[in-house]
Structure formats: C-alpha cells, structure tokens
Design a protein around this ligand. Structure first.
Ligand code: HMG
Length: 432
C-alpha cells in the first residue's frame, strides 16, 4: 500500500499542495506556473471559498446584449464554455426588442426547509398539535437572532405532509422562510435546527434529517415576449415567410410538449442562459438546475418544457417561461469573487427578484433562439459557424490566424478539427 500523500492536504500551503500534486500527477513546472496565474479572483481569496485549493479555474465571460426587460435596456454577463450561446441570446433579444422585449415577474424569495420526523406514535395528532401551535411558533421566530428577520424576511408558514415509506409513515414538516435577497441555504438550515427540537418536544418521535429543499416552487420567476411575423421573417433573412416560421416554431414546441426525450434538450437550452448567469453572479447553479428539472415534471405525468409558445390574436408568436429560481445577490461567493460583484453591478439589480426576472428572460431568449434555428435553418449553421473559432484555436492557430482559418472552414462548409489543421498547415507552408 502506497503512502497517502494527501493526508492533511487541507493544512498545507497552496505551494505545498501544488508540489504534492505535481509529483502525484506528474505535472510539468510550466503547468504549475500556469496554475499559479492570478485572475481577478486571487488564489488566496479562492482558498477561503472552498477546501484544498490549488488553482483558480477560468471561463470566458460574455455579454448578451439587446435585452429590453420591463422597459429597461439590459446587458447580461454569461459565464459559459459553449460557443453560440451568447450570440443566440443576443439574437433572440434583438428580434423581440421592438415588440416590447421581455415582461417579467417573480415571487418573493420563499424557500422550503424540511424536517423528517420518524417514530411518531400518532401522526394525525402530531399534525394537529403543529397546526394549533403554528402561529405561536411563527411569533417565536420573530427574533433578530434568526437570519433575515431584520431585513423583513423570516418564517412565514409551517406545513405538514405525511409520506408513506418502507420505514412506515413519515411526518415531514415544511418551514417556509422568506430569504429576501440571499439564496437562503444557510438561512433555512439555521431555522430548521432552531425549530426541530421545539417541534420534537411538542410531538415526540425523532427529528431526523433537517435540510432545505432545492425544489423551490414558491420562488419562481416568469417572463413573456412577443416575436412578430416580420421579425421572424427577418431572422431568416427573408428566406422563409414569417407565418411559416411561426408555424415551424409551434411544431418544434409541440414536439417538446409531447416527448420527454425532446423536452430535456429543450430545457437544457433554457438552462444555457440561466446557468451561465448563475455562474456569472456566484449563484449555486447545481441547485438551480436540479430545481428546474424537477419543476418540469411536477404537475404532469411526463417531463414538460419550461416554456410555452402560442400564436396571439394579431398573429404574433408569444413565448412564456416560468421557472423556479433560488438566487441571491448577497452572501456566498458574491462577497468574495470580484468578477461576481462586477457582473451584479453590470446587471444593475437591487434585489434577488430582479436578478431572477432577468434570468427568466434570458432562459426564454435562449430557448426561442434554439428552436427558431432548429425549426428553420438547423442548429449547425449558426452554432458550427461559431464553433469554427474553437477548432481553429485547438488546431494551434494563433490570434492572427484564428479568424482566417475559421472563415475558410465556413466557406468550404467543412467545420472540423481535421480541416482546421489541414488549412493551418497549408497557410503555414504558403508563408514559408
Ligand atoms: P444570424 O441570423 O446569422 O445572425 O444568427 P446575424 O448575423 O443576423 O446577427 C443577429 C444578431 O445575433 C446580432 O445582432 C448579434 O446580436 C447576434 P447585431 O449585433 O448584428 O445587430 N450575433 C452575434 N453575437 C455575437 N457574436 C456573433 C454573433 N452573430 C450574431 N458571432 C446565430 C446567428 C448564431 C445568432 C443564430 O444562428 C442562432 O441564434 N442560433 C442558435 C444557436 C444556439 O441556440 N446555440 C446554443 C447552443 S446549442 C444547444 O446547446 C441547445 C439546443 O440543443 C437546445 C434545443 O435543442 O432546444 C439547441
């Protein structure tokens, strides 16, 4: 058995961790030097964010433009590795700009926390005891010792559910807490640990798991936009009539509505926008993704698209989205990572709801752009055009040649890494 060189790794300095990793993973000194390069988030700050830090990862930050949201012009920072996502959002936003852009709304920041009670003798009685004491418990929570109370939030409701399980019936208590401008995970968990013993004392049994639920059904945001037939026709440079584009988009939407295999991809496209903004603003994109996909299957027997489309009485295409969005603008990574802070400043949001409304608009824009492309020219034209730059860079083209190599691949209608390498070789041999 080899020595475990990672024992106590978290107690080492960053340089010591890098040396251990260098030996373990056989890294070159030049690779170690790259890992040490500081971006806006210094490695020292990163070391305070998570455990065992040895480097800071970089991703591009792009700006989605042309958004008109509730009458205000907005630009939206995206952190994403995939080409064409930012271009697609900007394109969709441009195409509805003159028909009013996006109208949005959001719920209050209400999160659910769960306490799992086991071994309760009389569940019905326990439910009644909780119901009878509910107002008293809510009053008890109005102490500034508990988070969010001083900001006007806090516990607003207590609900109970009985769930059958292989361990017999479980009594699940939900605490509904207004987390104001925070994402709320720590807030909720504090409330749960404060109230679990008090409820336990009242009803007996055993309070087991106490944790927030990421299925944030009371914290949704929604957006709506109109794309006129004229804009739809223009989006195809006049190649397809507006009414035809509209019909093709409705057909594409119907496919997602009736088939979960398609709906998952449809929703993935929506999350291209939402998760990119979550990353840019330091929000927990895993929680957002989990919640969105669970929400998509909540009220129907099959997984559903998070958007819907229909034709209005004027013959325009209307798109709508509703999605749970547990996002914060204070606390967590937003307080440490300067890029997150600057992205929030660019978004010009004063509340968590404002951020969630922008994210809903971006999700709708993203989805419209993808299904418009899929229903008309196909996804590859726009997407691969933008991928061409990636292939050129991966083939080794320097910044002077990237545009030339990608342009040549597009002209040849042959966008691939192999072709990028071939073109680059040819250009280099011509220059020698
Ligand atoms: P186009 O019609 O060739 O664009 O579309 P254009 O040259 O007419 O430009 C229109 C606007 O798009 C521009 O306005 C820009 O805002 C933006 P302008 O500035 O000229 O006034 N735009 C760009 N922005 C930045 N960089 C660029 C750029 N080009 C245009 N290079 C476009 C081209 C790619 C926008 C279009 O084909 C498109 O929207 N395609 C959809 C691409 C897409 O959805 N990508 C997401 C990744 S695919 C995926 O993961 C999801 C999916 O599986 C989901 C699903 O299945 O539902 C597809």
């Amino acid at each position: 058995m080899e020595n475990n060189v990672f024992e106590g790794f978290y107690k080492k300095t960053i340089n010591e961790r890098l040396q251990i990793l260098k030996l373990f993973s056989n890294l070159q000194e030049s690779e170690i030097d790259l890992l040490k390069v500081n971006g806006p988030l210094s490695i020292e700050s990163a070391d305070k964010m998570i455990e065992n830090v040895f480097a800071v990862h970089c991703l591009p930050v792009g700006l989605a433009v042309n958004f008109l949201i509730d009458g205000k012009q907005k630009v939206i920072p995206y952190v994403v590795e995939e080409p064409s996502v930012v271009a697609a959002a900007s394109n969709a936003a441009k195409l509805c700009y003159f028909s009013g852009g996006f109208q949005t709304g959001a719920d209050k920041s209400i999160m659910i926390g769960q306490i799992q009670f086991l071994e309760i003798k009389d569940i019905k009685k326990a439910q009644k005891q909780i119901e009878d004491k509910k107002e008293e418990l809510i009053q008890l929570s109005k102490t500034e010792e508990l988070p969010m109370v001083k900001y006007g939030g806090g516990l607003i409701e207590i609900q109970t559910r009985v769930i059958e399980s292989s361990y017999g019936p479980m009594l699940i208590v939900h605490l509904l807490v207004d987390c104001v401008d925070s994402m709320g995970a720590n807030t909720i968990n504090t409330y749960l640990e404060f109230f679990a013993p008090k409820i336990n004392e009242m009803i007996g049994g055993r309070a087991a798991i106490k944790i927030l639920s990421n299925l944030s059904i009371y914290r949704t945001a929604w957006a709506k936009a109109i794309w006129t037939q004229k804009a739809l026709e223009e989006s195809t440079k006049g190649a397809i009539k507006g009414d035809k584009v509209l019909d093709l988009i409705l057909e594409a939407y119907e496919f997602a509505r009736v088939d979960p295999f398609r709906a998952v991809t449809h929703n993935k496209g929506i999350m291209n926008g939402i998760s990119s903004i979550a990353l840019a603003t330091g929000n927990d994109w895993r929680a957002i993704e989990a919640s969105a996909h669970a929400y998509a299957s909540l009220n129907n027997s099959t997984y559903q698209p998070l958007t819907k489309y229909y034709k209005d009485k004027d013959g325009n295409l209307v798109g709508e989205i509703k999605v749970p969005l547990a996002v914060g603008i204070v606390g967590g990574s937003t307080t440490i990572n300067p890029t997150n802070k600057i992205c929030l400043k660019i978004l010009d949001v004063k509340t968590a709801q404002e951020l969630s409304r922008i994210m809903a608009a971006a999700g709708l824009a993203q989805n419209f752009a993808a299904i418009r492309a899929l229903a008309t020219e196909g996804i590859q034209r726009g997407h691969m055009k933008l991928h061409a730059r990636n292939f050129a860079a991966a083939a080794g083209a320097d910044s002077n040649l990237i545009d030339r190599v990608s342009r040549m691949m597009i002209e040849q209608n042959k966008i691939s890494l192999d072709n990028a390498k071939k073109i680059l070789e040819e250009l280099k041999s011509k220059n020698n």
